[in-house]
Write a protein of this length. Structure first.
Length: 157
């Protein structure tokens, strides 16, 4: 006859080092691709707003003010994404928690706050750098030339 602790020890699946390394490799690849996608999206969004930045310059905004605006907008995008991601995660976790509770399995929800904060910080850095660098390049051109570019907005007749 086994004690409870002995039974748990014998039946509990153990994680091998290879399994853990495999998880980290897959997670690392996913994070790298996510960072590339975030950076690419921010570069495209900023590059598409070159005329808007030129109009701000013509209206009297300094280059520094425009770069701060672009950086704050990038941070806002990341924060909104984090809030939406937190809502989706909360719905999923509460669903799983409710399902476990229906089976009389009570568990606490534990979140890795340091990892979440580090991920959010990395996303902020990637988004700000990927937004500000194209804006710096766009601000090197005279604003009058950019404002008169042949690109026509869909709102204009």
């Amino acid at each position: 006859m086994q004690t409870r602790a002995e039974w748990i020890q014998s039946e509990y699946p153990s994680n091998s080092r290879q399994t853990r390394v495999g998880y980290l490799v897959v997670l690392g690849i996913a994070l790298i691709y996510t960072g590339i996608a975030l950076g690419n999206t921010m570069v495209m969004a900023t590059s598409d707003r070159v005329r808007d930045l030129a109009v701000l310059r013509l209206a009297g905004a300094t280059k520094r003010q425009i770069l701060i605006l672009v950086a704050v907008e990038a941070m806002t995008v990341v924060v909104v994404g984090a809030v939406l991601g937190a809502i989706v995660t909360a719905v999923n976790v509460l669903g799983i928690w409710g399902s476990l509770a229906a089976l009389s399995v009570w568990s606490s929800v534990v979140l890795p706050w340091q990892t979440l904060a580090a991920t959010l910080g990395a996303c902020v850095v990637v988004a700000v750098v990927a937004s500000v660098l194209p804006a710096v390049g766009a601000l090197r051109t005279r604003p009058v030339e950019l404002a008169r570019s042949p690109r026509v907005s869909a709102a204009r007749p």
